[in-house]
Design a protein around this ligand. Structure first.
Ligand code: GMT
Length: 377
């Protein structure tokens, strides 16, 4: 039997770790010989250069004049069904329950049972959306009707079961990074543009949503900088950015904090840092901490959600209760003041990223889930 599969992938193509992981997975599967069809409203932003096994199918939303709101979900479900039939897809792998798993469920009704649906839960679909009673039944349906469901952390799996009262199998598949891209880069010259020879560099990368608690990053930095002269680099954009810019100014830190905006070459940017700060309120996994880990940069952050499954406390970073900025500052200072400790953490980061979150390992896990749902164990 042909070991190569035809796999449709739907994700949020333009934002977030879920889009990054879905796209990277598609690229790796294509490299292994599978045929991968991305179905979405835009080309996934990490897709990169041409590959003969990768196809992109654009979802066009109907703007028929009776529609008050153009129905993207219906157009997506229709497109999924069309692509599945025309390309004879074996698998539709959707990232995020809402709306993607719901659309996949509809597509399957149109195509028939031979199309298998794999749903990967990434976080906010459960931790935020499923708290909404009006969406609960819909999310539960999409999850229960999927042929396989995966979760990016044990914590998210637990929360999914609790919040949605679901008992079906959910498989743990951690996120990964492509080690050909994420490795320690020589970023000395970029770093010297921000930090002088004796200064340390702290970094925060996010979409500046309230759940990221970016204000805590500023507080931690303020305490650290009072003891060890440092610079803080912010990467990303989002709703809380103006508030944070204001806070930085109010605290008189404007000349020590730089806002780099959105950046593509995250591996290079992260390599400028001594420590990554991730004090989130909610985080099903925290992909950025893995990106940092693979570049040898430890994370200091909160114990929220799946972060403790990724960051090994006292080995590859330090974790404390959400909002405990004093402890986060002390932990950061311990790394900045002790070169031997920093070196030990760096080595532990590189080893952990390679051994526990390698792309080979996780891609193989997804492949075995695909073969299992197709009855080809
Ligand atoms: O964190 C976000 O705001 C973005 C969101 C997304 O859509 O990518 O991230 C979620 O999925 C990532 C990939 O699995 C995880 O690394 C993030 O922890 C998760 N975010 C939350 O749970 C808040």
């Amino acid at each position: 039997m042909d070991p190569f599969l035809k796999i449709g992938i739907t994700c949020y193509p333009t934002l977030g770790g879920s889009g990054v992981v879905a796209t990277e997975l598609g690229k790796l599967l294509a490299e292994k010989g599978h045929e991968v069809h991305f179905i979405s409203h835009s080309v996934p932003f990490r897709l990169g250069s041409y590959h003969k096994n990768i196809f992109y199918h654009e979802v066009e939303v109907s703007d028929y004049y009776v529609f008050r709101y153009p129905p993207y979900d219906l157009s997506l479900a229709t497109k999924m069904a069309q692509v599945a039939k025309q390309q004879e897809l074996d698998i539709l792998h959707v990232h995020y329950a809402v709306p993607h798993a719901v659309c996949a469920f509809l597509a399957k009704q149109m195509v028939g049972d031979k199309l298998k649906i794999v749903t990967t839960l990434h976080g906010t679909d459960i931790t935020v959306l499923a708290q909404d009673e009006s969406l609960k039944d819909l999310i539960r349906l999409a999850i229960n009707e999927s042929d396989a469901v995966t979760s990016v952390s044990r914590d998210l799996m637990r929360e999914t079961r609790e919040v949605l009262d679901i008992s079906r199998d959910i498989e743990l598949t951690y996120n990964f990074v492509d080690e050909r891209v994420y490795y320690p880069r020589d970023a000395k010259s970029c770093r010297s543009e921000f930090a002088g020879p004796g200064e340390k560099v702290l970094m925060h990368i996010s979409n500046f949503r309230p759940v990221k608690r970016v204000s805590d990053v500023v507080d931690v930095f303020n305490m650290v900088n009072a003891e060890v002269p440092s610079k803080l680099l912010f990467v990303g954009e989002g709703p809380d950015l103006p508030k944070i810019q204001w806070k930085v100014k109010e605290l008189g830190l404007a000349d020590r904090v730089h806002f780099l905006g959105k950046q593509d070459d995250i591996a290079h940017v992260i390599s400028m840092a001594d420590v990554l700060l991730l004090p989130s309120e909610k985080e099903s996994f925290g992909l950025v901490a893995l990106e940092a880990m693979a570049c040898g940069i430890p994370t200091v952050g909160s114990m929220a959600g799946g972060i403790p499954e990724l960051v090994a406390h006292r080995e590859t970073g330090f974790l404390s209760p959400i909002g405990d900025t004093r402890q986060m500052a002390d932990d950061t200072l311990s790394l900045l003041k002790d070169e031997q400790l920093a070196h030990k953490f760096r080595e532990a980061c590189l080893a952990r990223a390679k051994n526990e979150f390698s792309s080979d390992l996780i891609t193989a896990q997804y492949e075995s889930i695909y073969y299992k749902v197709l009855g080809r164990k």
